[in-house]
Write a protein that binds this ligand. Structure first.
Ligand code: UGA
Length: 433
């Protein structure tokens, strides 16, 4: 089948390459010229394991092409995916839908044949309905069907999650043709036995926001328990292990530590609260404010713990920060808890040196005033405290004996509870979580 993917960021580039992998002819539209040039040359402008190989293969085979032209897109296919960003509005909780709106405003007037537009971006409930009404106004003698087909991929596992998802969800208006289209588009995935849940657009929109809200709640739940554990002298990791054996609870997303960040969970729970408020259902989601509060307290607590192990003041201390990406296997630093902590510690007078295996360039752009080292070892030189804030495998493999020679004081704070405490204690380190 022929199809267009509008927006080639983390979501769109992955989706476009994976659709080509399923055998489709795909045109990806990216309006930022530098990104477009990189993608057209078969290079991925961000770190996502497995994606560069897939993208290059399909660019080379010609099954995936990249363009900046909506006119070309309108001509290319009758199926369009919207994969543009929906960031948090500046100074507000709600989602900024300007890129989604712009995609419809630009594409629909150019359509000369009936078309199906499948939204993949995370949007507030009611968006498909609004866009559908707008598309009807903009369409010139053609039928434009809008449906929502949310994406559940995780950064770091984007290719795997797109090609082998847990489920597919389609929210369509009654009488539409998008179910037939989706069954064909996702044929090989459905053949694997993947469930396809067909529902209406508001439900599909809410499936996505509910999933992210639940994941965020799970993380904040265990972090709230971690606060109680701190007060009671108990071990939150053992609690997570023990309750996680209950199949109704499950162990996944119960890793306590520095909490969640990134381009999705934080802004999605806020946009969800804002939308519920607009709908008069604010009370139903008021607990998400507490989920957000617990999460943000983890960052403050990490700064306080670092100050405590420095003897009460960060002034003039050297702090090594290992990890700046919001999670391992990603170079994404959007709302990264690690970088947020690094910035706060620096503001309190410490000199902060950061190292991350993949996120150095993005970190430098966001926090140019921090110092950056080219290896974990270099970052730790003469450090008073080493903070491990993203659980990269590279850090789990660090040799605490060797690293002990490098630092001024052997104090390690394990912000992700990912190190082996005994290994570090045996090498003479004060290990803190
Ligand atoms: C998240 C969802 O997991 C995806 O299903 C969804 O498609 C995506 O958002 C999206 O809306 O696009 P992602 O942002 O890639 O995916 O990252 P996660 O793996 O969910 O991790 C989010 C944050 O939670 C990270 O900062 C991670 O370190 C933290 N986390 C995760 C914890 O603190 N503890 C855990 O147990 C798990």
């Amino acid at each position: 089948m022929r199809m267009v993917v509008l927006g080639l960021g983390y979501l769109g580039a992955t989706h476009a390459a994976c659709m080509a992998e399923l055998g489709h002819d795909v045109l990806g539209v990216e309006i930022v010229p530098e990104k477009r040039a990189q993608l057209a040359a078969g290079e991925v402008p961000f770190y996502e394991p497995g994606l560069p190989e897939l993208l290059k293969r399909h660019i080379d085979s010609g099954r995936l092409t990249v363009s900046g032209s909506y006119a070309e897109a309108a001509d290319f296919a009758d199926i369009f995916f919207i994969a543009v960003g929906t960031p948090q509005k500046k100074g507000e909780y709600s989602a900024d839908l300007q890129y989604v709106d712009a995609a419809i405003e630009e594409l629909v007037p150019l359509l000369t044949r009936d078309a199906i537009i499948l939204g993949k971006s995370t949007v507030p409930v009611g968006t498909a309905q609004r866009l559908s009404e707008r598309a009807d106004e903009l369409a010139k003698d053609v039928d434009v069907e809008i449906a929502w087909n949310p994406e559940f991929l995780r950064e770091g596992f984007a290719v795997q999650d797109t090609l082998h998802p847990d489920r597919l969800v389609l929210g369509m208006f009654a009488g539409g043709a998008s179910e037939t289209a989706c069954r064909e588009i996702y044929g090989p995935i459905l053949d694997e036995g993947t469930p396809l849940i067909v529902t209406d657009p508001p439900t599909a929109e809410l499936v996505k926001t509910s999933a992210n809200a639940f994941l965020a709640t799970k993380i904040s739940f265990i972090n709230a328990i971690a606060e109680v554990c701190d007060a009671a002298g108990a071990d939150v990791k053992s609690i997570a292990d023990a309750i996680g054996f209950d199949a109704r609870i499950g162990r996944k997303f119960l890793n306590a530590g520095l909490g969640f960040g990134g381009g999705c969970l934080p802004k999605d729970i806020r946009a969800f609260m804002a939308r519920a408020g607009e709908l008069g259902a604010a009370e139903a989601l008021s607990f998400l404010r507490e989920v957000d509060n617990v999460n943000m307290r983890r960052r403050t607590r990490m700064v306080e713990l670092t100050r405590e192990v420095c003897g009460g003041s960060l002034l003039g201390k050297r702090i090594a920060i290992l990890g700046s990406a919001f999670k391992p296997e990603s170079d994404d630093v959007r709302d990264s808890p690690a970088l947020n902590v690094a910035g706060q510690i620096q503001l309190q007078g410490a000199s902060v040196t950061v190292y991350d295996p993949k996120a150095m360039d993005n970190s430098r752009k966001l926090f140019p005033t921090l110092d950056y080292a080219i290896t974990a070892f270099d970052a730790c030189e003469k450090a008073d405290v080493v903070l491990v804030l993203t659980e990269w495998r590279e850090f789990l493999a660090l040799d605490p004996i060797e690293l002990g020679e490098q630092v001024r004081q052997r104090i390690v704070v394990d912000g992700r509870m990912c190190l082996d405490p005994a290994r570090w204690s045996d090498a003479g380190w004060q290990y803190r979580v």
